[in-house]
Design a protein around this ligand. Structure first.
Ligand code: GLA
Length: 750
């Protein structure tokens, strides 16, 4: 075995020795002069540190993503670069692979490659060289833009990395074909490194009526891929994929999570290789031949958002703080919604709707949303999607009578639409059978009796824009509930190629145009409930409908996990009828309303069937929501780790720390007779707080033999005591919710 000649890279000043295996395991140390570390970028924000090696010539690699390291001096940066430097061991490339933000096969990375594509079979493997690095570090966070080229494959890459002031990483990447012929792009994903201690994965799955159910699994050497191929985000989409220290919870254990901001097919993955390297990342999931870049054309990947935290609460806080910092984030008080769907379904009778509006106004609702059933010929879900004209039979004078009535009782108006869909039994489908997405000359299977329009055809988008615009103008609509009630199957364009990518962009463009024309209009993203929840759609909508299921037992879980990504004001949450329409369970109003209170509150209940006592109690809940929403929708969401899964505890702490609302939720009966103490996390440890039960009505039902004495007048303890010791919880009956108000003790106030 011969000793290879040492190889020196001029550019980075690094010495790498290839040594015979019999001299292992002591590879030579590199001679790296500290003065040459000017290509290492260090960003920090909100307790998060990001250190990126941009010295080239290969693509940037992240040296550290996790807790802020303070201000490392050059020596420490050098040590950090070395600590992450792969070493030569038997049976690996002589220059081991260093995983870049876009992992490349050419460097020896044997995990998922960041870029997959080819030029009629050629240029299938790339090796980009960095051409320019532009870094703008701010006091909090900063941006990094890297331009790289592969002259052989004739491709150009632009990588944009941002550490936001909230401590969230945003990674964008675009690819340009600088060659003379077509480059077929098969996939483009970006990834960030995970440390060895991230040995457990948390992901979400779901179905209609039960979105965002958590699943946990060990994360050994393996590739764990979550692909969504539904042509929409999907009710089973993971939302976030989280890797963390074994046993991590809401309040403990370091976690690293990624989210792909895209409403079409997408991939989120975590991978640990036998080399010990691990990454988490994602991107769009492209169908065969979907993206073909002509000379000079570019592809822009969806932004991957990545967060770090000690405990899921901190991770979620970074995501929600970033979401709140976006310029378009709703800033006005979130109005109490009255939605007609579970109240009247398709029975859109003017007298019934007027009555509903009157009762809605009486209890304090502020936005009346006329759901499905108002348009031409729509009597049930078997027909009429696409015919976005008011039904002349039901509404001979148009929607004006109900619109005027709703406004006369002081509410704003919203309308349900499902623009991307078409019923075969519709005038639109009869006139334009070729407007439907299809493949192979077949008709894709119908779902809920409907097919999907091909919005990549300009005339289809133009028709929808025209109809939506006309409705918004005629009725001065304040709000659209924008639905999308099926997965895309065989979604091909007229050209015969797969169209999910282009369809997703066309929907975004339609939404963007409408919003530009109607800046005051708010839009809700609904998709068979919560199947379109992602930061791509939320860049052009104002809230999501988290699920069609408004049973509070189910909603507790759905909202808890949707809250990993979104703050409460973006999560639509309605009070339904006493007996839930989806599950058949019956619940007290205090459980239904106490659950809705922690989202964007609304009502979806035929109030004509409610008695006076129920209307009075509902009015009081609406008042409670209105009283607190200004701080609830700016506060920090906290969740306690409970040993007994039958009890959930969550709350919102005001951003000034002066007050908080907590819900203690008994999901099912407990194994133990008394529940023990409940800990309320998230309050300033050295401040004293007064705790009392709040909420209308007599309080939740308990199994105690003597009536429970609720702390109506207040118990006063420190934030530290509440987080570490807690209060004795009352033995609640199953499916009951106790609402606790926590206020800074008077003597603490200045
Ligand atoms: C979907 C939505 C519901 C409702 C119906 C109307 O299922 O998720 O909220 O709007 O459509 O058809």
């Amino acid at each position: 075995m011969s000793l290879n000649v040492p190889w020196v890279s001029e550019r980075v000043g690094r010495l790498v020795l290839n040594v015979p295996t019999d001299r292992l395991p002591r590879p030579a140390e590199p001679a790296t002069p500290t003065s040459r570390f000017d290509g290492i970028v260090r960003l920090a924000a909100a307790g998060v540190g990001l250190v990126v090696d941009c010295r080239g010539p290969s693509l940037p690699r992240v040296l550290h993503w996790g807790a802020d390291l303070g201000s490392p001096v050059a020596d420490e940066l050098a040590a950090l670069a070395q600590a992450r430097r792969p070493v030569v061991v038997p049976n690996v490339p002589d220059v081991p692979a260093a995983v870049a933000v876009l992992p490349e096969h050419a460097g020896g990375w044997l995990g998922l490659p960041g870029l997959r594509g080819h030029r009629d079979g050629r240029d299938w493997s790339t090796q980009f060289a960095v051409e320019a690095v532009e870094c703008k570090a701010a006091v909090s966070g900063g941006t990094l833009r890297v331009r790289a080229v592969d002259a052989v494959a004739a491709l150009e890459l632009r990588l944009d990395l941002e550490l936001t002031p909230a401590g969230l990483i945003r990674m964008g990447v675009s690819l340009r074909n600088s060659g003379d012929d077509v480059y077929v792009l098969d996939g483009l994903v970006v990834a960030l490194p995970l440390p060895d201690i991230a040995t457990e994965l948390l992901e979400l799955t779901g179905r209609w009526g039960r979105e965002r159910s958590p699943q946990r699994r060990p994360f050994p050497v393996s590739t764990h891929i979550r692909d969504s191929r539904r042509g929409r985000t999907g009710s089973d989409s993971t939302l976030l994929l989280v890797a963390g220290e074994a046993g991590f919870g809401f309040r403990h254990g370091r976690v690293w999570g990624a989210h792909v901001a895209w409403s079409g097919n997408h991939r989120t993955y975590a991978e640990r290789l036998p080399s010990g390297e691990a990454v988490i990342g994602g991107g769009e999931l492209l169908l065969s031949g979907e993206v073909r870049l002509a000379p000079g054309e570019s592809y822009e990947a969806p932004v991957v958002h990545a967060g770090y935290g000690v405990g899921l609460d901190e991770l979620a806080h970074r995501f929600t703080s970033y979401v709140r910092s976006r310029p378009g984030h709703p800033s006005t008080p979130r109005p109490v919604v009255l939605n007609t769907w579970e109240a009247v379904y398709f029975d859109q009778n003017i007298d019934r709707l007027r009555g509903l509006a009157d009762l809605g106004a009486q209890v304090g609702a502020e936005l009346f949303v006329l759901d499905d059933g108002w348009f031409h010929g729509r009597r049930d879900d078997t027909s009429s999607l696409g015919d976005w004209f008011v039904d002349a039979g039901r509404w001979p004078a148009g929607l004006h009578p109900i619109v005027e009535h709703v406004r006369s009782v002081g509410m704003r108006l919203g309308l349900w639409v499902e623009p991307e869909m078409v019923s075969p039994d519709s005038d639109l489908a009869r006139a334009h059978p070729d407007w439907i997405l299809t493949a192979g000359g077949r008709r894709p299977p119908l779902v809920r009796n409907q097919a999907v329009l091909d919005l990549t055809r300009p005339e289809v988008s133009a028709y929808l824009l025209d109809r939506l615009d006309a409705l918004i103008v005629e009725y001065a609509l304040d709000y659209l509930k924008w639905d999308h009630n099926r997965d895309l199957i065989d979604a091909g364009s007229a050209a015969g190629t797969a169209a999910v990518h282009a369809q997703t962009l066309a929907v975004y463009a339609l939404l963007d145009t409408l919003r530009a024309r109607h800046p005051g209009l708010e839009i809700e993203s609904c998709s068979s409930g919560g199947a379109r929840v992602d930061l791509g759609i939320l860049a052009r909508t104002d809230r999501v409908w988290a699920s069609d299921c408004i049973d509070p037992v189910e909603r507790q879980t759905i909202q808890r996990w949707t809250g990993l990504l979104l703050p409460p004001e973006l999560i639509g949450s309605h009070v339904g009828a006493p007996r839930n329409h989806t599950t058949g369970r019956r619940h007290d109003l205090s459980f239904r309303a106490g659950t809705a209170l922690f989202g964007h509150f609304g009502i979806e209940w035929d109030l004509a069937g409610a008695d006076e006592a129920e209307l009075d109690e509902l009015t009081a809940w609406v008042q409670l929501y209105k009283h607190h929403r200004h701080w609830l929708h700016r506060g920090r969401v906290v969740r306690a780790d409970t040993a007994d899964a039958s009890t959930l505890i969550h709350g919102i702490v005001a951003d000034d720390g002066d007050q908080a609302l907590y819900a203690v939720v008994q999901m099912s009966s407990s194994v133990t007779t008394t529940p023990g103490r409940i800990r309320l996390p998230g309050l300033a440890p050295d401040t004293r707080f007064t705790i009392s039960r709040t909420g209308p009505g007599p309080g939740p039902a308990t199994t105690a033999l003597v009536p429970v004495r609720w702390p109506e007048t207040g118990t006063t303890v420190s934030g530290r005591f509440l987080a570490e010791v807690g209060l004795q919880a009352p033995p609640l009956n199953p499916e009951q919710l106790l609402l606790l108000q926590v206020r800074k003790h008077r003597s603490e106030e200045r």
